[in-house]
Design a protein around this ligand. Structure first.
Ligand SMILES: *[C@@H]1O[C@H](CO)[C@@H](O)[C@H](O)[C@H]1NC(C)=O
Ligand SMILES: *[C@@H]1O[C@H](CO)[C@@H](O)[C@H](O)[C@H]1NC(C)=O
Ligand SMILES: *[C@@H]1O[C@H](CO)[C@@H](O)[C@H](O)[C@H]1NC(C)=O
Ligand SMILES: *[C@@H]1O[C@H](CO)[C@@H](O)[C@H](O)[C@H]1NC(C)=O
Ligand SMILES: *[C@@H]1O[C@H](CO)[C@@H](O)[C@H](O)[C@H]1NC(C)=O
Ligand SMILES: *[C@@H]1O[C@H](CO)[C@@H](O)[C@H](O)[C@H]1NC(C)=O
Ligand SMILES: *[C@@H]1O[C@H](CO)[C@@H](O)[C@H](O)[C@H]1NC(C)=O
Ligand SMILES: *[C@@H]1O[C@H](CO)[C@@H](O)[C@H](O)[C@H]1NC(C)=O
Length: 473
């Protein structure tokens, strides 16, 4: 059996040496049992399990056997798998509970292009069908299900999806199964993904689904702006989600908040709620900074977005829905958007279409209400707002306040296109459509924003300040 290091021993040895110099050199809170918080009691290197970081040798077996071994320590203080400097080609592997996957800053995971290295999973229950083709789907590169307390992190180490292979197959309509994502975690609690660079995902990048207490922080996510469906972060049927300090360049929505698709999503009925998104920077010329939907059939509720920057992006926070989706998008609060070179500042589409199959219910109308935006500054804009609800299903309770929009030289003649919506506005330049009347012109009445904090905002990251130096490959 490969070596599994007992980290507590290492900590005590280090502490003994350091205490001769100065105790304060040991960063992080040292627990009574001698372990800094955020550290696992056991650790191993991928190389301990036969990993080879030459960029050519498959490490799929090394990852799978390392994690199978480390899963034995879940109830003994947990374990960490450290990926040392090197280029580590791998197929899909599964995580375990009370576990940290740590990528050294010079470690690069390279996603295999050998389809036999990707197990096949059934469609997600709330989607009914694969998103690309109706059959099953490839498991994500890093997958986890039914877990508690799992961390994926590193000193800005890299996960490269090598997506070109999959994008070509998608465009040529040669896929038999839906493309894999980079990271997908299902039915899990206490999930932290932070301090990583994700490149060229075959499809979506980060997809937590049916999970709670999820943190996605300090990621750099990069994909070509024309790559298909390379969404950045897609919280889907999740509760208590914190998405902060992320930088995303992508071919699809930088963030897409979702909760299932038409009759399948309605049946599963798990909403996404209590979400905070802060300090996002987005570049996505053909998609949204933050999309709500289009798959929202379990409902989306209580989302707070603050301090959002977008450059050369199609729209700000966009609502996408359709007849057949059912459920709701309600109590959405956006405060502080700085936008530059945008097609639309505000965009809501009731007619998005896109159905899994013919089985959707024409009576399942989505309820869109309580959508609040304040403090928005936008430059070089083609159109201020395209706000289109549904016949017999108005989008209500829309509030816009303190919005300054400078139009591009080449802008649309009509700045606001509003139908089947109702709400109010205050302090908007150029003045909003008459479906959003300003009842106290000359005065800025702010739209509502919650004054409480979400519990997830106070959860500390599991940062371990002590780990053995990895062997150089
Ligand atoms: C990961 O877990 C899923 C669900 O339990 C399973 O279908 C799949 O085969 C597992 N993948 C690997 C590589 O063991
Ligand atoms: C994972 O959790 C879901 C939801 O609780 C459950 O339906 C499923 O059977 C569990 N799967 C495993 C492999 O335990
Ligand atoms: C992220 O990685 C950098 C570089 O290695 C490190 O300095 C920083 O402390 C890390 N941040 C967290 C939250 O781990
Ligand atoms: C984010 O990651 C960068 C690069 O690793 C690091 O320098 C920085 O300290 C991190 N920020 C936070 C808040 O951890
Ligand atoms: C993290 O790595 C990415 C990709 O190399 C880089 O663009 C980014 O600046 C790095 N972040 C920090 C804070 O060093
Ligand atoms: C303004 O937007 C147009 C596209 O609508 C773009 O071509 C141009 O470079 C932008 N100008 C500036 C100053 O960013
Ligand atoms: C209006 O929004 C800007 C940011 O775009 C902000 O600096 C300013 O304080 C806001 N004004 C009010 C009255 O809230
Ligand atoms: C306004 O929206 C309607 C859809 O309701 C569309 O048919 C029309 O073309 C739009 N007009 C403009 C000027 O964008």
């Amino acid at each position: 059996m490969a070596r599994v290091h007992n980290v507590r021993g290492l900590v005590l040895a280090l502490a003994a040496i350091l205490s001769l110099i100065s105790l304060s050199l040991v960063q992080g809170r040292v627990l009574e049992d001698g372990l800094p918080s955020g550290c696992r009691a056991h650790g191993a290197f991928l190389t301990d399990f036969g990993g080879v970081g030459d960029g050519k040798t498959s490490n799929t077996k090394a990852f799978r056997s390392a994690i199978a071994e480390l899963s034995k320590y879940a109830s003994q203080g947990g374990a960490e798998l450290i990926v040392p400097p090197g280029r580590w080609l791998t197929g899909s592997f599964n995580l375990t509970s009370h576990f940290t996957l740590y990528l050294h800053k010079d470690a690069v995971l390279l996603a295999s292009q050998d389809e036999s290295e990707w197990p096949v999973l059934p469609p997600l229950p709330s989607y009914g069908k694969g998103r690309d083709v109706t059959n099953g789907r490839y498991s994500s590169l890093i997958f986890g299900t039914n877990l508690t307390d799992v961390v994926i992190t590193g000193g800005n180490g890299t996960i490269d999806g090598q997506g070109q292979y999959w994008w070509d197959k998608f465009k040529a309509k040669q896929l038999v199964l839906t493309r894999p994502y980079l990271i997908e975690i299902m039915y899990s609690d206490q999930v932290q993904i932070f301090n990583l660079t994700l490149l060229n995902s075959p499809s979506w990048n980060v997809h937590p689904i049916y999970s709670s207490n999820v943190i996605v922080e300090n990621l750099t996510i990069l994909a070509p702006i024309k790559s298909p469906n390379t969404d950045g972060i897609n919280p889907d049927s999740c509760t208590n989600v914190r998405i902060i300090d992320n930088f995303i360049v992508s071919g699809d929505d930088c963030i897409a908040v979702k909760s299932g698709w038409d009759q399948y999503g309605i049946k599963v009925g798990i909403p996404t709620k209590h979400v905070t998104i802060k300090r996002l920077t987005c570049i996505s010329p053909y998609s949204a900074t933050i999309a709500l939907g289009s798959e929202m059939s379990g409902g989306i509720e209580d989302l707070r977005a603050e301090d959002i920057t977008a450059i050369n992006t199609e729209s700000g926070v966009r609502i996408k829905t359709a007849i057949g989706r059912g459920a709701y998008v309600k109590n959405i609060f956006v405060k502080g958007m700085s936008l530059k070179t945008m097609k639309y500042v505000f965009w809501m589409s009731g007619n998005y279409g896109s159905h899994p199959d013919q089985g959707w219910d024409p009576k399942a109308l989505p309820i869109i209400s309580g959508i609040n935006y304040q403090n928005v500054k936008a430059e070089n804009v083609s159109m201020a707002g395209d706000l289109v609800g549904l016949d017999n299903d108005k989008f209500t309770g829309i509030c816009l306040s303190n919005v300054t929009i400078e139009l591009a030289e080449k802008h649309k003649k009509v700045q606001w296109n509003c139908s089947n919506i109702e709400g109010i506005s205050s302090g908007i330049k150029p003045q909003a459509c008459d479906k959003l009347p300003d009842k106290q012109p000359g005065k800025i009445v702010p739209c509502p924003y919650p004054s409480d904090k979400l519990s997830i905002e106070d959860v500390p990251l599991k940062i371990c300040s002590i780990r053995p130096e990895p062997p150089m490959y």
